[in-house]
Structures are given as C-alpha cells and as structure tokens.
Design a binder for this molecule. Structure first.
Ligand SMILES: Cc1cc2nc3c(=O)[nH]c(=O)nc-3n(C[C@H](O)[C@H](O)[C@H](O)COP(=O)(O)OP(=O)(O)OC[C@H]3O[C@@H](n4cnc5c(N)ncnc54)[C@H](O)[C@@H]3O)c2cc1C
Length: 387
C-alpha cells in the first residue's frame, strides 16, 4: 500500500482527505493502467463515467451550473489529477481537459454561456477543448495568426490551431483568435465554437507517444455570433492566461501522480527481484536510487501543494506554480526513468506499467508552458521582486 501520510500535511483540510480517499477507492474499482486501443472511445467513456460519478463537478465553477463550489478549488483538482494519474493516464487526461476546456467559460462566461455549457461539462455529457496553440505559435502564443474578423454582429474565424487535445471528439472548443483591437496580446479574443459549426474542420488527427485524442483544426469562413464570444473584444489573451493559471499547478500534480506510481512500482520490483543470492533491494546502488526517487517525489509534492494552497488563499502564484510545474515534471521524468531501470528488460516491455508511465510523462514537460518557459517566468518574477 502506497504511503498516503502526505495527506496529513497542513496544506489540506478534512474535506481534501475525504476526497482523496473516496477517489482512490473509486479508481481502484474503475481504472487500470492498461486500456483499449481506441482512445476516442475510451476517452468518451471515461468522461461519461467521471461525470456520472460526480468527479467532474470539481472541474467547473458555480454551484448553479453543476460545480461543487463557486470557485475551483486548486487543492481538490490537484488531488484528483494526482490520484487519476497514479491509476490511469488517460483518466487524468479526460478529467483535466474537461477543466481546461471549460475554465474560460467558468471564469469569463455570461450567465447564459455558463448555463448552456457548464452543467453538461460537469455531467460528462459534453466534451470540452482548449484551442490556443498554432503551428507557428506555441511558446510564443501571442504571435498567433488565426483571425477573427468582425462582420456585422458576427466574427468570422480563419486559420489553424494545432495539438488540440480532445480535437476530433470535443463537443465544443474555446478558441483564441486575433480580433485586431491592438497589436500582440491585446488584440486577441476568445470564442466558444460548437464542434458542428460550419467552417470548422478537423484537418488532421495527430498521433503522440502516449496516445490520446489530438488534432489540428482548420477554420474557413467559420461564422461565430457575438453571443459566443467570451468576455470583451481583446480580452482573450488575459482569459487564456487566467485559465492556465488555474491549471498549471494541476499539471505538476499529474506528474506527481505518475512519479508516485513509478516509485511504488520500483520499490515493489526491487523487493521481489531475486539476484545474486538475494533481492535487488539488498544492494546499496539500488537503495541510493530509491532514496533519490522518494526525495524527488516529496519535493515535487511540497512545491505542488504549496502552490495549490497559496492559490486557494487568493494569493498570486505565478512564481510558485511555475516552480511546481518545472520541478514536478522534470523530476517525474527522472523517477520514472529510474523505475524503468529497476525493472530491467521488463521495464521497456509494452504493457508494463513503467513502460506506459515512461511515455505518459514526456509531453507534460512541453505543454502548458515548457520547462524553459517556466524558468523564464520564475526568473522574471525574481528580477521584478528585486527591482
Ligand atoms: C500532447 C500535447 C497536448 C497539447 N494540448 C494542447 C491543447 O489542448 N491546446 C493547446 O492550445 N495546445 C496544446 N498543446 C500545445 C502546447 O501547448 C505546445 O506544444 C507548447 O506550448 C510548446 O509549443 P511548441 O510545441 O510550438 O514548441 P516551441 O514553442 O517551438 O518550443 C520549442 C522549444 O523551445 C523552447 N523555448 C521556448 N521559448 C524559449 C526561450 N525564450 N529560450 C529558450 N528556449 C525556449 C521551448 O521550451 C521548447 O523546448 C499540446 C501539446 C502536446 C505535446
């Protein structure tokens, strides 16, 4: 049984311990690391199941619209992501995307927009997606080219978005496009685009090392009524950053979940694997590896839940969330690599838990701000504070 004593840390309240315990029991019954090959079907089913069981209510804000509370509780979404990632990467993905894909509506939607979309996101009846990146605008997202030209009361979208998670299975996309009120970041607006809107096309499905639904979207004369715009014209970039601000710490939590599972798997193998008249765990080289893995897990957990707690106190977390994301994703990669090493040939054998963790972790060091971008954010905050 994995060590769960960290739940006694002062970052958590009794409701968090209850949530983690209940989800752990649910995950034990409903999830396993291996799943079918049809990730579209698996994902749709996971979203339904997570919705029916009430977990997605934590991913949206507003009790009137299906949420458990009026603001998203960062510690809760982090505990949920950590627990799901420890049990099944695709389940974590399904949960995270319902939150990321609908957060702009939770944060900036009108009552009508919130009433139309959030209850269905929370129940798992509608699948959400967040469409920010473009082929020529990833880290430098303010340079996006996809345009939203005003035409009477409508906007007309032209251009592309790529690496869009849930692309192809989403029921709606929150799309960020250049509406031109000002140059750069101040000339971007956000729109809710239903998947069946004429002019929106899934131009390409993208395969990645840990498969999940991912696509390139193409907009050609895609007409969006003003009622589907989120916030005011020109506020899109701010809305995107506020969305990432909520969810960045939860990426650290997902990485932490993968790392915890790798530590559990590594420990189990070290204790079981017979060699040289003893077991793998008898050797000091193994013990050094296990010590480093456990310390990396705890330091990631401390940074992750510090950032989550601080955000829930209403304090700014730009620096803390960036530290958590950078350390948790980078050290999870090392912890998982060490677990693969402990498992030897089995560690790289398809179908083994550590083999799937090795593939699952990689993209987390890239999306929602790559590690280098987090370094720049941390340094900028330090230099600003020192100025
Ligand atoms: C699996 C997956 C899922 C994704 N899901 C979504 C989604 O749902 N919605 C969405 O909008 N996007 C999504 N993305 C896109 C993701 O956000 C981008 O991949 C990410 O922002 C990086 O952009 P890029 O791939 O263009 O890399 P680039 O921006 O080209 O970066 C390449 C390298 O340059 C580094 N770099 C950047 N700036 C600097 C600098 N100033 N100095 C030094 N090095 C630097 C980066 O850290 C990186 O290592 C997803 C990506 C992946 C892989």
């Amino acid at each position: 049984m994995a060590d769960r004593s960290y739940l006694d840390w002062p970052f958590f309240e009794p409701r968090h311990r209850e949530l983690a315990g209940a989800l752990e029991a649910w995950a034990g019954q409903h999830l396993s690391q291996s799943h079918g090959q049809d990730v579209d079907a698996e994902c749709r089913a996971l979203v339904r199941r997570l919705g029916q069981s009430g977990w997605l209510r934590h991913a949206v804000a507003g009790t009137a619209h299906g949420g458990v509370a009026d603001v998203i509780d960062t510690r809760s979404i982090c505990l949920i992501r950590e627990t799901l990632a420890r049990n099944q990467g695709l389940a974590d993905f399904a949960f995270a995307m319902q939150g990321l894909g609908s957060a702009a509506i939770s944060l900036a939607g009108t009552d009508a927009q919130r009433a139309r979309y959030l209850p269905r996101v929370a129940s798992g009846e509608a699948i959400a997606a967040f469409a920010l990146s473009e082929p020529e605008a990833g880290s430098d997202v303010a340079s996006m080219a996809c345009s939203a030209r005003a035409d009477g009361a409508d906007h007309v979208l032209e251009g592309e978005k790529t690496w869009i998670s849930n692309g192809g299975i989403a029921d709606f996309y929150v799309v960020f496009a250049r509406s031109g009120e000002a140059p750069g970041a101040r000339g971007i607006s956000a729109f809710i685009v239903d998947a069946d809107t004429p002019g929106l096309e899934i131009a390409e499905r993208i395969g990645v090392i840990a498969p999940h639904p991912l696509a390139r979207l193409k907009f050609t004369g895609c007409r969006i009524p003003i009622s589907q715009r989120l916030g005011e014209a020109g506020e899109g970039f701010k809305i995107a950053m506020r969305t990432l601000d909520v969810f960045r710490t939860s990426v650290a939590a997902a990485a932490l979940g993968f790392a915890r599972r790798a530590l559990d798997e590594g420990l189990a193998r070290a204790k079981d694997r017979k060699m040289f008249g003893g077991v793998l765990a008898d050797f000091q080289l193994t013990q050094a590896k296990l010590a480093q893995m456990a310390t990396a897990v705890d330091s990631s957990a401390l940074l992750t839940y510090r950032a989550a707690w601080q955000r829930d106190q209403g304090q700014p977390v730009t620096r803390e969330a960036a530290m958590a994301k950078m350390v948790a994703t980078e050290s999870a990669q090392q912890v998982i690599d060490a677990a693969v090493q402990l498992w030897g040939g089995l560690g790289v054998t398809q179908g083994q838990v550590v083999e799937s963790l090795y593939r699952e972790i990689r993209a987390l060091r890239i999306y929602e701000g790559a590690t280098e971008v987090q370094q720049l954010i941390i340094a900028r905050e330090l230099l600003k504070a020192g100025a």
